[in-house]
Design a protein around this ligand. Structure first.
Ligand SMILES: [Zn+2]
Length: 365
């Protein structure tokens, strides 16, 4: 029977208790579970799943950008506040080592429990401007894999597309000459909201991702021109910034010169790309570069056995992929799996890090 009229607070509580018991209990149980999960001790779980010495597992975290502030086009991107928070958790839970030391100790069977390494791919300038000071504040080291072809003012094809869409003042765009129509079947793509802009970015990138690298850059430029926007020239690091990262104690690794899909290149081009990236970095830093990350990094799709062979022959001591999992002593040092931190909350982050250690998932081509 509905109750109406003015009631005091305690009566109001009784009313909701009597009339909505399931919802009341549901909220209570949910809040209880959330509060318990928030206190869940992650470190003991990781200690069990990631012991020391011969049975050790190595979690290699992968980042790309660390944004100054949240990006409405990519709400899942990592910003400075989130990166700082993640590093606090990782520092509390794990023993973070430089990647070269971690891979050598993995092989030697001398890794500490809960071993982890932090890596960045591509060479974005925000790695220097935003990530470096946070890493330094936490006293942590990371390895930065840099595609040398974009240093000093360059831009990868995907960023050309992203920045063209981000910076345009147009309200809609016609991309039919590139065989791109919105799912609605309309002739023009709407650009009125962040979601609409993210949708057109996704469609463009999906259509050109696996085009031959030489054509892809030109195609990205041609598509970007349709948006009539100014494009930034400071997205990637400068040579001076790379040197400054190294001087600050960070490691620099190779990531090819132009970031091609190695699986799509002939044998000679694979070697040329890998070697050019390595040589450029070695000239810049005046020291050997021994770590490598495969562009895009998925076994079979982005790199193949021939690519692994080239990396080994060209004098690297270890290489990382984007296959998921944690490395152990049986892992191929030239195909180490990594962990992408998706979660932005402590418990989700910790449990996913733990789940990444469960079971053996050897990287297979
Ligand atoms: Zn990359």
């Amino acid at each position: 029977m509905p109750r109406t009229g003015k009631i005091n607070c305690s009566v109001s509580f009784v009313v909701s208790w009597e009339t909505q018991p399931l919802r009341y209990y549901g909220a209570y149980v949910r809040n209880f579970i959330v509060s318990q999960l928030a206190m869940m001790p992650i470190k003991p779980i990781l200690s069990i799943l990631s012991p020391q010495a011969e049975r050790a597992r190595l979690s290699i975290l992968i980042f790309h950008r660390v944004l100054s502030q949240p990006d409405p086009l990519f709400p899942g991107g990592v910003d400075v506040r989130q990166f700082d928070e993640m590093l606090q958790w990782v520092k509390r839970w794990c023993n973070v080592l430089p990647l070269d030391e971690a891979t050598a100790r993995l092989k030697a069977g001398t890794l500490p429990a809960r071993a982890a390494a932090i890596t960045f791919d591509d060479g974005y300038a925000d790695n220097h401007d935003n990530a470096l000071p946070i890493l330094q504040r936490h006293g942590l080291s990371a390895t930065f894999f840099i595609a040398t072809g974009y240093l000093d003012g360059g831009r990868m094809f995907n960023d050309t597309v992203v920045e063209a869409v981000r910076n345009t003042t147009a309200e809609q765009v016609d991309l039919q000459e590139f065989d791109l129509r919105p799912p609605s079947g309309a002739s023009h793509w709407p650009l009125g909201s962040a979601a609409a802009r993210a949708e057109v970015i996704g469609a463009i990138l999906a259509s050109i991702k696996y085009v031959e690298p030489a054509q892809r850059l030109g195609l990205a430029d041609a598509i970007a021109a349709r948006f009539g926007a100014e494009l930034p020239t400071d997205l990637m690091m400068s040579s001076a910034q790379v040197r400054s990262m190294r001087r600050a104690g960070m490691q620099i690794g190779a990531h090819t010169h132009t970031h091609p899909i190695l699986a799509r290149l002939d044998k000679q081009s694979v070697r040329d790309e890998i070697l050019l990236g390595k040589n450029r970095l070695e000239a810049l830093l005046d020291e050997p570069v021994t770590m490598f990350a495969y562009p895009n990094g998925r076994p079979s799709k982005d790199y193949v056995a021939e690519s692994v062979e080239a990396v080994r022959e060209l004098g690297f001591s270890a290489a990382v992929t984007t296959a998921v999992g944690a490395a152990d002593q049986a892992s191929d040092p030239y195909q180490l799996p990594r962990f992408t931190p998706w979660d932005r909350r402590r418990t989700g982050f910790g449990l996913r890090l733990a789940a990444n250690l469960v079971g053996k998932r050897p990287v297979r081509l």
